[in-house]
Design a binder for this molecule. Structure first.
Ligand code: UDP
Ligand code: MG
Length: 307
């Protein structure tokens, strides 16, 4: 069986359209499937919509979070709730073309354990957003050592891979990178990002920056080494300046150098504070992990397969 996992946050308008499209598509194929809907604490009527949809659609199984835990948690919850031998994760807004599910399924049948969805085009996004996304993926690719350019959360995972991911104790997971990190025989399908028909993207500029920082730091400790690098550069300058100062001192022509002192103080001060902030950020992440709170809290459940 194939599980199709759909994270949902404030998608009351989109959800019935996309469930309709996906159900029609899957019914026209011979694939046995279930739809795992995860309501990520929507503030609109998404959950009610899911409930009424599930009355006429026996493929739907759904859970609802007690509040918004984020897409990543919703996907993980969907994975652990799913029963399929393979899982596909897809957005609720039809920006990931559903027909690719069949293509992914065929590749899985050929023995691939991971099928990544790779964006051919990014759809309509403004220039600044594109630049930002490019920089983010460049950094994350270097940090992880995997080519993450144009990867997305649209992918198929074999049950074996799903179980490995679910058994990882880390709380803050970067789902997009983890499927590359686990290894296994993998391939990809390419797709063009579609336009959103209804509703709006949940991402603001600030939430994207947070998302970027969060994922880079959860996958890589390289930024911590930046602190060391800054220290080394500083040391080189310090040695050069010390030599110059000492030479001046012994030659009895040491300048007053007030400006230099002030500048050095300001620069050193800010670099030190930045460095401490950065280290603090990592400590706070360790703190989060150590607290071992659950990744999400499930409040409601709909399961047609029990009846
Ligand atoms: N989503 C979610 N929780 C959130 C934000 C988004 O489950 O906190 C879901 C959303 O309902 C959609 C998918 O994640 O199914 C992608 O969200 P969106 O379309 O807003 O992101 P974009 O396509 O702009 O990257
Ligand atoms: Mg979208």
């Amino acid at each position: 069986m194939l599980s199709i996992i759909i994270p949902i946050y404030n998608e009351e308008k989109m959800i019935s359209i996309s469930i309709d499209v996906i159900t029609k598509l899957m019914d026209s194929s011979t694939i046995e499937y279930e739809l795992v809907l995860v309501n990520d604490g929507s503030k609109d009527r998404s959950w009610e919509t899911i409930k009424s949809l599930s009355e006429h659609n026996e493929h739907i199984r759904a859970i609802s979070f007690s509040r918004n835990f984020g897409k990543e948690s919703a996907i993980i919850a969907g994975l652990s709730y799913s029963k399929g031998d393979a899982c596909v994760t897809i957005d609720a807004d039809l920006q990931h073309p559903p027909e690719k599910i069949i293509e992914m399924y065929d590749l899985w049948k050929q023995g691939y354990k991971v099928v990544e969805g790779i964006k051919l085009s990014r759809g309509h996004e403004n220039f600044l957003y594109k630049c930002f996304a490019k920089t983010f993926y460049r950094i994350i690719s270097r940090a992880t050592g995997f080519d993450m350019q144009n990867t997305s959360d649209f992918k198929l995972l074999d049950r074996e891979v799903v179980d490995i991911i679910l058994n990882m104790p880390e709380k803050r997971m970067f789902f997009r990178a983890i499927s590359a990190w686990v290894g296994f025989k993998s391939t990809h399908v390419e797709y063009n990002v579609q336009e959103r028909i209804e509703g709006v993207s949940k991402w603001s500029a600030l939430s994207l920056i947070k998302y970027a920082i969060n994922n880079i730091t959860s996958f890589s400790s390289a930024p911590l080494q930046l602190v060391t690098l800054a220290g080394i550069i500083y040391l080189i300058f310090a040695i050069a300046l010390s030599v110059q100062t000492l030479v001046g001192f012994f030659e009895n022509n040491s300048v007053e150098g007030f400006t230099t002192v002030i500048l050095l103080q300001l620069i050193t001060g800010s670099i030190l504070m930045l460095a401490i902030g950065l280290i603090g950020y990592y400590i706070s992440k360790i703190f989060e992990e150590v607290k071992s709170r659950p990744k999400y809290i499930v409040e409601g459940e709909i399961d047609n397969s029990i009846n």
